[in-house]
Design a protein around this ligand. Structure first.
Ligand SMILES: C[S@@+](CC[C@H](N)C(=O)[O-])C[C@H]1O[C@@H](n2cnc3c(N)ncnc32)[C@H](O)[C@@H]1O
Length: 292
């Protein structure tokens, strides 16, 4: 790594040059100490010195999905803004970006287990829309969720009490919406004109579903603990085509990642938590690419 300095119209700038990487300029005075030795700090635009973040944020413009490394591949395109935004949920913008790119560059049909109200589904279907706009043939996109419609069903499915105040009442609002959470999911997709990119919306337990395709991209938001991993992974592994990309939410330790990968023919993997370790970024996806 070399540190280079140059003069710009608004004063002296400091830039970090890392291999192929370009420079990033930040207005954060707090990083002053990291670039000591440069001229008057009042005129400096400071560099962002977290190399991992720089690498991801700063994907060179000539990078393509085939030339990118595994991390860059899923941050290649920024998350698009949508007329009605992304539905309520728990996924961070960075993790949504991963799903958007996974959808845009999917190599085969797509399966999602656990769309809830469609926050993740919106990112994936926006990726599929972009993929088609770029001239690719449409893919099938199947989703399945318990589609909870009552407190009793919640208790039965999740084996935990149903709290009216959960997530500021938003959970109860969706469950008691006429038609339950699946109706809200459909409404949310429709509001961004994305419903047409979703082929099937199934209500029920994924393990009971008659799904029989092979998939090139699978997103599973039902691997929150060891029990769910052992319950869902055998069937997911059967449905994964060679070269499949599988993305799992809430896998943030190497032990859990190993447990998931133990079911798969893995060629490469990364966790977004490793790329963005700060808690406030709320990154918690495991991305797995399987062998072709
Ligand atoms: C954390 S929520 C998903 C949040 C959603 N992906 C988002 O971005 O907002 C998990 C979802 O998985 C669903 N789920 C869990 N296990 C399932 C299974 N075996 N079959 C179908 N759905 C399941 C639950 O009903 C719930 O809606």
């Amino acid at each position: 790594m070399a540190i280079a300095h140059r003069t710009a119209h608004d004063g002296l700038r400091a830039s970090i040059v890392i291999g192929w990487s370009q420079c990033l300029f930040f207005q954060e005075l707090s990083l002053e100490s990291r670039i000591s030795g440069v001229a008057d700090p009042r005129h400096l635009t400071y560099c962002y010195a977290n190399l991992e973040q720089l690498r991801v944020y700063n994907v060179p413009p000539e990078t393509t999905v085939d030339s990118a490394g595994i991390v860059e591949r899923y941050f290649l395109q920024p998350l698009p803004k949508l007329p009605n935004g992304y539905p309520n949920g728990w996924m961070s913008a960075k993790d949504l970006t991963v799903l958007f790119n996974a959808g845009q560059f999917a190599k085969g049909d797509v399966l999602e287990v656990g769309p809830w109200l469609g926050r993740s589904t919106t990112a994936i279907s926006a990726g599929l829309r972009q993929r088609e706009a770029d001239g690719a043939t449409p893919l099938k996109y199947d989703t399945i969720d318990f589609g909870i419609t009552s407190a009793e069903e919640w208790v039965e499915r999740f084996d935990e009490p149903f709290r009216l105040g959960k997530d500021k009442g938003r959970v109860a609002e969706a469950v008691y919406h006429p038609g339950g959470t699946i109706a809200v999911l459909i409404q949310n997709l429709k509001s961004n004109d994305l419903l047409k990119y979703v082929t099937n919306i199934t209500r029920g337990d994924f393990l009971d579903s008659p799904i029989a395709r092979e998939y090139g991209l699978i997103f599973c938001d039902a691997t929150h603990d060891d029990k769910e991993i052992h319950r869902h992974l055998p069937r997911l592994a059967e449905l994964a085509a060679p070269g499949c990309v599988l993305v799992f939410d809430d896998v943030i330790t190497e032990e859990r990642a190993d447990l998931v990968c133990g079911y798969l023919n893995v060629s490469d993997r990364f966790m977004t938590r490793t790329v963005y370790p700060e808690r406030k970024t709320r990154c918690k996806l495991l991305v797995v690419e399987t062998k072709s």
